[in-house]
Design a protein around this ligand. Structure first.
Ligand code: HEM
Length: 282
């Protein structure tokens, strides 16, 4: 099922609504692959709908909703400024993905089901092997969280990720907000819900992980295209080279090995490049 269909079904039928927590961040990547326009996947989810409350969304009065919208707009402007000065687009995308990608559609109870719930701000989860280096993304985002304290971490991570994609030349993602943060490290998901790099049976492993989120083969491929942005760093994930001619001067923090030559540009080149951190191309 394409992600936008999952979203539609979630809103109208309620059966898959938890998928929204993940999919609002990642849908644009899937939508890029199947050619649907942003408007065809636009979702309006009332802050006070019963379905929203069921998944831990915040019911708000209209005045409070106005304040929340102003805070979200302010946070988005500050994320844009941050991107212009630090070129941290890729790591912000990875931050949003790793907070969301712990989602398990088979677990009904929130927050045990994982997903975009801000749990990645806690040290215990940042220390999961798959999250190596993401503490740097949190450090960049924390001042914005401090300034716009009404915006939850969960929303801010997804907002930052979507804004980074847009600012890197990708599409404007129609976002929905109102995610609730977990409040304690005990509510973090167990380690091992995110995909591993280089498992013995990659296809089997990816299917296991992404099917658990309610995503299909097409969506796995589309989402992997996010690696059109960014680099792998040996000192973080253990993958990639310390630097290449494409990364040694930055922009932003220099080093690492990218999947594409223009690793700050959101386009289709990951699928054309046919290379990765294990090759010597970039
Ligand atoms: C399909 C399974 C996936 C695997 C095995 C995987 C693995 C990795 C690894 C090993 C890195 C390097 C991290 C580092 O050394 O700093 C990385 C980076 C990255 N990943 Fe993935 N990833 C997957 C899916 C995704 C998805 C679904 C997204 C987003 C929708 C994504 C977005 C990114 C981005 C943007 C970076 C670059 C981060 C940076 O430059 O700091 N990845 N990924």
């Amino acid at each position: 099922m394409a992600v936008h269909h999952l979203l539609r079904r979630g809103v109208s039928g309620g059966s898959s609504i938890r998928g929204i927590l993940l999919a609002s961040q990642v849908l644009v990547l899937a939508h890029c692959s199947c050619g649907h326009t942003g408007s065809s996947i636009f979702i309006q989810l009332s802050f006070s709908s019963p379905a929203a409350q069921e998944i831990g969304r915040r019911p708000l009065s209209s005045a409070a909703a106005g304040d929340a919208a102003a805070e979200l707009r302010g946070a988005r402007e500050d994320v844009k400024k941050l991107l212009k000065t630090t070129f941290c687009h890729p790591i912000l995308v990875r931050l949003g993905w790793h907070d969301a990608g712990t989602y398990d559609k088979n677990i009904a109870e929130w927050p045990k089901c994982g997903g975009a719930n801000g749990s990645l701000r806690f040290e215990i989860e940042l220390k999961h092997g798959a999250n190596a280096g993401l503490v740097n993304a949190l450090k960049l985002i924390q001042p914005i969280k401090d300034k716009f304290s009404g915006v939850t971490y969960a929303d801010l991570f997804q907002l930052a990720s979507a804004t980074a994609i847009e600012e890197a030349g990708g599409p404007k993602i129609p976002m929905i907000y109102g995610r609730v943060d977990v409040t304690a490290p005990e509510q973090c998901p167990p380690e091992g819900r995110l995909p591993a790099a280089g498992p013995p049976s990659p296809a089997e492993h990816l299917r296991e992980v992404f099917y658990r989120m309610g995503l299909n083969d097409k969506e796995i491929v589309a989402l992997s295209g996010a690696h059109t942005l960014g680099r792998a760093r040996p000192e973080r994930s253990g993958w990639g080279k310390p630097e290449t001619k494409y990364t040694k001067d930055g922009p932003g923090a220099p080093g690492g090995q990218s999947w594409t030559s223009q690793w700050l540009k959101f386009d289709n080149s990951y699928f054309k490049a046919g290379s990765g951190p294990s090759s010597s191309a970039y």
